[in-house]
Design a protein. Structure first.
Length: 95
């Protein structure tokens, strides 16, 4: 029961992250920083790809993938320095 609940919550978070619309080229940079666990889970499950980037001097991650209707989406989200360093150590490339 716990695993299925976590899967549903994770899928909902990933869907929200991927379906957000871009605003002035900075995407969802006003959102709370994305957690390392959520990024790793989404990438591992093939929901999206991740790429490290900077937006206005702030560390961020670009998450890109296909929505359930087949359309492609890509947006940037803030991350903490700790998350940035962990993703870099995981082999996520910097754009």
């Amino acid at each position: 029961m716990k695993n299925s609940t976590l899967l549903i919550i994770g899928a909902a978070i990933a869907a929200l992250m991927i379906t957000k619309k871009k605003t002035s080229g900075t995407g969802a940079m006003s959102d709370m920083p994305v957690t390392l666990e959520n990024i790793r889970m989404g990438v591992a499950r093939g929901w999206y790809t991740a790429q490290l980037t900077m937006v206005d001097g702030k560390k961020a991650v670009r998450l890109s993938g296909k929505q359930t209707d087949g359309t492609y989406t890509s947006d940037v989200y803030p991350v903490t320095d700790e998350v940035w360093q962990a993703l870099l150590a995981d082999g996520i490339k910097v754009a």
